[in-house]
Design a protein around this ligand. Sequence first.
Ligand code: HAM
Length: 425
Amino acid sequence: MIQKPKGTYDVFGEKSRQIKYIEKIINSVMEKYNYEYMKTPVFESSELFHRGVGETTDIVTKETYDFTDRGGRNMTLRPEGTAGICRSYVENKMYGTYSMPVKCWYYGSMYRYERPQSGRFREFTQFGCEVFGSDNPLVDAEIISIPVNIYKILGLKGIKVKINSLGDKESRENYREALIKHFEGEIDSLCADCKERFLKNPLRILDCKIDSNKEIMNTAPTTIDYLNEESKKHFEKVKKCLDAMDIDYEVDPKIVRGLDYYTHTVFEVEADIESFGSQKVLCGGGRYNGLVEAIGGPKTSGVGFAIGLERLLNALEAEQIVLDEENSIDVYVAPMSEEEETYALGLTQMLRLSGFKVDMDYMNRKLANNFKMADKMHAKYIMIIGDVEASTDIITIKNNNTKEEHKIKLEDVIDFLDQNLEEEE
Ligand code: HAM
């Protein structure tokens, strides 16, 4: 039997309903925040991610799905959404046509060749937002508020917001020097990857999974001690804005994030739920004031985040939250025999075009089984179509709750449903 690739999953049944529910919430929250939906390709030129995500990150060195297309071009399945959105912002010259800030959101599959485990997949789904063109710390706080609000609306209680600042270019340079000083005497005791990171980008040593428990890692300097006045001011204002929005957070100087593009604010939202697995980071993001320029655009500040859908589903399960997706239908249409099937199909089409949620019997079921089916689908009304109904255009409509029956002329069926369904609501 052909099986799905390692680290991927199929969606059906209850999970499919949960995902649809979450997607509805995302859509409605994004409408309220006035963000515009954007879609970019699932594959992009490999160079974009090298320049965008960073040559020395684990994502680019170890985890990308790379391929050469039939025209000999180097392509990569996107490991994250930000680089592609920035590419689109630049390529479509949004800086010249839109009023600032440009606020957008995206939703789709991302690909990383990671070791699969609960909450960690090779194909996974991110919902993310990016805002371009504003340096204002208000926007950093707004970005943090979006995942927090979404988790709140879905009923998640155990979440912890952790924030930190990497500062501007000057602060990051000072911090880089401090890291070099800290690690230079001990570099021989670290793994081969760390030795390379030390030469190319010492910040990435802090992501090391092999040496993470060594004393030298725990005593490493933290970014916050190297912020210049400008960067400190920015971070203080972000905290003030979060306070004004009543968002609880904790400053965690250990958060540096695994992608190279960040400046100033970085944050993660963690699941703070007992029994939750090791992949507890539900969402991550931050400011990236140099990224648009790095991929060929004008100097433009940016800030954003991405939520992992699979980890969100795990968190909901850990908190035993059942998403209340409305799964009833308005009408179930039951033809009595094959003779009435096409009439029933025509009726179903008419009702659907009039905006009702309708299903019908395609399996030639006996009447008793059709009643069972209507119950299973939580149908509010059943329309039974026998030869009399089909020849007279008078439809038997049964209220599936009260079991009351009505005989209604075909031309009055829509009005009947409009009135009665409204009364039930
Ligand atoms: P990231 O931290 O790499 O950031 O990913 C964001 C979220 O995606 C994670 O918190 C996690 O929930 C989910 N995620 C990441 N890798 C996997 C995986 N292998 N399996 C399942 N879920 C995963 C970014 O991707 C940035 N682009 C976020 C951002 C947007 N920063 C600024 N704007």
